[in-house]
Design a protein around this ligand. Structure first.
Ligand code: TRP
Length: 478
């Protein structure tokens, strides 16, 4: 995330095309890749989910990335205003801009549980940090992590954390506070530079740990699990969550890339820019899968363990790894960086809306939306202890058994994001002025034709089918 929050005045913008690509990748790569993707892949039975997810990224996600960036680039203002401008320039109804508002609400809801999960990362960074201090004090700074701790103790840590609402709250507060602070003050040069250094560092550690995991873990079984499809597992519900994951991970469906695109001032190679974002984001997710599942299988964890999977498996790799105490600490720290570059852009979407559409000041807008998301996040974390019986959408079979956090996550991912994606594709495929689209995107020839076909036909039809059958499985007689 580079300098988005600086976009208060129209003069601000990305300094270069590569700055924009880096910023968009910084927003895209986050807990969606490291936590949400492995969680869903594990719960959904692996291969078929993963392959369907990849298809969603390139056939549906990529054309939508380009569409959102186009809207922002053409509109040059917050998401709602940008859609309205494109609509006006295309003689379409300004009412189309409602999907920008729905997206902003989705961003706000995602932020609420995102901060809670980032709080878990913060907690683990703290645990590993103290372990590292311990290692240094004991004169063996390069020992493995959590030396001497049993498997039960390592896995039990997550349960202890979940049983402690105050600890969860403290972590959530710290993370949301940091996000709010950065967005309210605008992103200064310091964080810009830090992010451009830390994201590559994150990537290096990710690859390094994956290679290490290939030696100590069960890479063969992980590979088979992730890439051998058992198509009988590809139920409408699984397709729905794969689509939702593709949209979530690419930061689509919340008008985030519209907001980002609005800070592009010149240049028009939007096609290759979009492809770079999709390829980078998907690679990180797949590598994260290849990092986590070998350990999951080696230590006999259940791949379908759900949201705790990642946190329960990683510490094992660090325990046996040379310098594991150090690397483990660094790694959780870098996940935290990846999470915060995403969370500030999540908060930026509703904040920009408040500034652009309500005329609020940046601080006021950030405080209202950040504070609101903080409160909803509290409900999410209480769902793991005090309110563990609460089912907020319990009347709906799809959410009859999900706790509060999973419900907010599931409702945004399975309902809101696909809905916004559907409206975006119809708007761009059928309403937006063709000349404006061509001039702004810089696409021509067969690529333009392919993109048109995907956005006008494939996206609306596929998303509708996945959405309807996923949400109402009874239609298929199931
Ligand atoms: N893509 C981010 C991740 O994978 C999360 C995210 C979803 C996001 N929507 C967004 C980030 C909008 C920025 C803007 O972690």
């Amino acid at each position: 995330m580079v300098g988005v929050a600086a976009g208060d005045s129209p003069k601000d913008g990305w300094s270069s095309r590569s700055a924009f690509i880096l910023a968009a990748i910084g927003a895209a790569v986050g807990l969606g890749n490291i936590w949400r993707f492995p969680t869903l892949a594990g719960e959904s039975g692996g291969g078929a989910f993963v392959i369907f997810y990849i298809a969603c990224v390139f056939l549906l996600g990529l054309p939508l990335v380009l569409s959102e960036i186009f809207i922002g680039r053409a509109g040059q203002t917050d998401a709602v205003g940008s859609i309205r401008k494109v609509a006006e320039a295309s003689n379409a109804s300004p009412t189309w801009s409602v999907f920008g508002s729905v997206g902003a609400i989705a961003a706000f809801l995602i932020l609420s549980f995102y901060s809670v999960v980032a709080g878990w990362v913060l907690y683990y960074a703290g645990v590993m940090g103290m372990d590292l201090i311990d290692a240094i004090l004991s004169g063996d700074p390069f020992r493995g992590a959590l030396a001497g701790e049993s498997q039960e103790a390592i896995q039990g840590r997550m349960g202890d954390l979940f049983a402690n609402p105050w600890l969860l709250l403290a972590m959530h507060f710290a993370f949301m506070g940091a996000t709010l602070y950065i967005v309210a003050h605008g992103v200064g040069g310091g964080l810009e530079k830090a992010a451009t250094w830390l994201m590559p560092a994150f990537f290096v550690l990710l690859v390094g740990i994956t290679i290490y995991g290939a030696f100590v873990g069960n890479m063969g079984e992980a590979f088979a699990f992730l890439f051998t499809p058992d198509w009988s597992k590809l139920t409408p519900a699984v397709m729905n969550s794969a689509l939702g994951q593709a949209l979530f991970s690419l930061s689509l469906g919340v008008a985030g890339l519209i907001t980002y695109g609005s800070y592009i001032r010149e240049g028009s190679k939007l096609g290759s820019t979009s492809a770079a974002i999709a390829v980078a984001d998907t690679s990180v997710a797949l590598i994260a899968g290849l990092m986590i599942f070998p350990i999951v299988f080696a230590v006999g964890l259940d791949p379908a363990a759900g949201p705790t999977l990642v946190f329960q498996s990683l510490p094992f790799a660090f325990q046996s790894m040379p310098a594991g105490a150090l690397i483990g600490f660094l790694f959780f720290l870098l996940i935290l960086v990846a999470a915060i570059t995403s969370s500030i852009s999540l908060l930026e979407v509703p904040t920009a809306y408040g500034i652009g559409e309500r005329g609020w000041g940046r601080r006021k807008s950030a405080l209202i939306f950040g504070g609101g998301a903080f409160l909803i996040g509290i409900a999410c974390l209480l769902g793991y202890n005090v309110w563990s019986d609460v089912r907020i959408l319990g009347f709906w079979p799809l959410f009859a058994e999900t706790d509060i956090l999973d419900t907010v996550d599931g409702f945004t991912g399975k309902v809101m994001l696909p809905l916004v994606a559907l409206l975006t594709s119809i708007f761009i495929g059928w309403k937006a002025d063709r000349r404006l689209v061509e001039e702004t995107t810089g696409l021509a020839g067969p690529m333009l034709g392919l993109w048109r076909f995907l956005i006008a036909w494939v996206c609306p039809i596929a998303v509708t089918i996945i959405l309807v059958t996923g949400l109402f499985p009874s239609i298929l007689g199931g």
